[in-house]
Structures are given as C-alpha cells and as structure tokens.
Write a protein of this length. Structure first.
Ligand SMILES: NC(=O)c1ccc[n+]([C@@H]2O[C@H](COP(=O)([O-])OP(=O)(O)OC[C@H]3O[C@@H](n4cnc5c(N)ncnc54)[C@H](OP(=O)(O)O)[C@@H]3O)[C@@H](O)[C@H]2O)c1
Length: 245
C-alpha cells in the first residue's frame, strides 16, 4: 500500500516566514495549502512557488508536490469556516497545520499606553485565530497517521525571567498562544501540538536588522511540522531544542 502524500496548511503564508515554510515543506514532498487573507497576494505567492517547483532537479517532488492557495483570514471565524469547507473539497486529510499568521502592532508602546483596540485585535489574531483555525481543521488532522499542529510563537511571550517591556500586547498574545498549545496538547493526545520561536528574522515584522534569514527562521518550524519525533508534544521549541515557557 502506498502511503498517502503528506498535506500541510500554513496560515499567513503570502510573505515572510510563512512563505518560506511553504517553500521548505513543498521541497520535503508535501502538498501545501498556502493560507492568506489577501487573494491576489496569496495566489501570486502560490504561483511563484509552483514555478519554482517546475525547475526542481528532484523529479519526485517536481511531479508530486503542489502549492494551493487557500483564502483564510484568521481573525474572522466565518472566513476560517469557509476555508475548512474549501479545503474539504480538495483533501480528506491534513498532516501538518502551521499557525503562522500574526501581527505586531505595539512595538513602540508600553503596557500603560496600549489601547483596548490594539490589545483586542492582537489577541484575536495571534491567539484566538490560531485556536479557531485548529478547531476547524482538527477533523482533517484526525485522519492523518502522524498529525501535527505547530504554533508560531515568540520568545517575547516567555514568562521565565520576566518581561522586558517591549510590545506588551504582542508578547501577551504569544504567552496566551503558548497556553493554547498546552491545552490543545492535553485535549488531543494523538496530535503533536507544539509552540516554536523562529528567532529574530528579517521580514516585514522582524525588520532589516534582524539576525536571521527567513530560511533560518523557517527551519525549526518545518522540522516540527515534518520531522520531529511524533511523541514530542505540549512543548515550546527554538532551534530544535525545548525552551522554557
Ligand atoms: N520576524 C520575527 O523576527 C519573528 C520573531 C518571533 C516570532 N515571529 C512570528 O512569526 C510569524 C510570522 O511572522 P513574519 O515575521 O513572517 O511576519 P510578516 O512578514 O509580517 O508576515 C505575517 C503574515 O501573517 C499574515 N496575517 C496577519 N494577520 C492575518 C490574518 N488576520 N489572517 C491571515 N493572515 C494574517 C500576514 O498577511 P498580510 O500580508 O495580509 O498582512 C502575513 O502573511 C508570526 O506569528 C510572528 O509573530 C516572527
């Protein structure tokens, strides 16, 4: 019996780390759904990666791997449900869900000046968004032999050693995302659910002075989505090592 091709979904993948995660998973032979809220940008990103695949020297991945755009706004539950419905028409199972989409709105603010609007949209996107996407796609993950959820978090959300005051809404949203990881891991013993920090990465969010390339930032995420031991769950990782919450 041939093993069915592995399928992944990456949210917020029209650019930055998410785009690179799709690229690396495709090279590992996955069929990847490239999630993006903007249709034009999402389709253009998927087209670019499919064109890259045509030039692949590896004949197997050239012919079998495929990137498919999936419209999904993780801050909107109706959009998430529509995305799950659309996904069900194209695949009966999902092996890896990478909750990558995120926003950083308050890197110039402190906790005393963060507005309710900023706090709310940041937690709605970075925390609740990842939870709602996980809920919507768990039925497909349950049909995988080795299902995984990877929540892209940040060391800014670590509570060990205390906060340094930077971007409080963003950091709190990632602390809470780590809580989502821990709760989902408890609720879903057959699914490996982990948080990962990509390090400081040169993207629109990370800025030009960041220390890591997108390829370096994506690498630990891809490892958890594709290659980490299946029994590893409910943990927080960076560079393939467990780090404190
Ligand atoms: N860069 C770093 O140094 C760093 C460090 C630690 C953690 N991270 C985390 O890594 C992840 C990716 O960050 P990045 O650096 O690649 O950031 P980025 O370049 O700003 O990309 C963020 C992605 O998330 C998408 N997104 C935002 N809100 C969304 C929504 N409501 N629905 C769907 N997609 C949405 C964006 O789409 P649009 O283009 O439509 O806005 C974009 O594709 C984030 O979770 C971030 O917190 C990054």
């Amino acid at each position: 019996m041939t093993r069915q091709r592995r399928v992944a979904l990456v949210t917020g993948a029209n650019k930055g780390i998410g785009f690179e995660v799709v690229r690396q998973l495709r090279r590992e032979g996955f069929r990847v759904f490239l999630g993006a809220r903007d249709e034009k940008g999402g389709r253009a990103a998927a087209d670019k990666l499919n064109k890259e695949a045509e030039k692949d020297s590896d004949l197997v991945t050239r012919h079998t791997s495929l990137v498919t755009f999936l419209k999904i706004d993780i801050a909107n539950n109706e959009s998430i449900k529509r995305a799950a419905e659309e996904f069900s028409k194209q695949s009966d199972h999902l092996d890896a869900l990478v909750n990558n989409a995120g926003i950083l709105l308050d890197d110039d603010k402190d906790i005393l000046t963060t507005t309710p609007e900023t706090f709310e949209i940041t937690l709605r996107t970075n925390t609740l968004g990842a939870l709602l996407v996980s809920q919507a796609f768990v039925p497909f993950l349950k049909k995988s032999d080795a299902p995984r959820i990877v929540n892209v978090s940040s060391s800014g959300g670590q509570l060990t050693d205390g906060a340094d005051g930077w971007a409080p809404a963003y950091c709190i949203s990632k602390t809470a995302l780590n809580g989502v990881t821990s709760q989902l891991a408890a609720a879903l013993p057959k699914i490996a659910v982990n948080s990962v920090c990509p390090g400081w990465v040169r993207t629109d969010m990370g800025g030009a002075n960041a220390t890591r390339s997108v390829a370096e930032g994506a690498s630990g995420i891809v490892w958890l989505a594709a290659d980490a031991p299946q029994q590893e769950t409910g943990k927080f990782w960076r560079d393939r090592k467990v780090i404190p919450w």
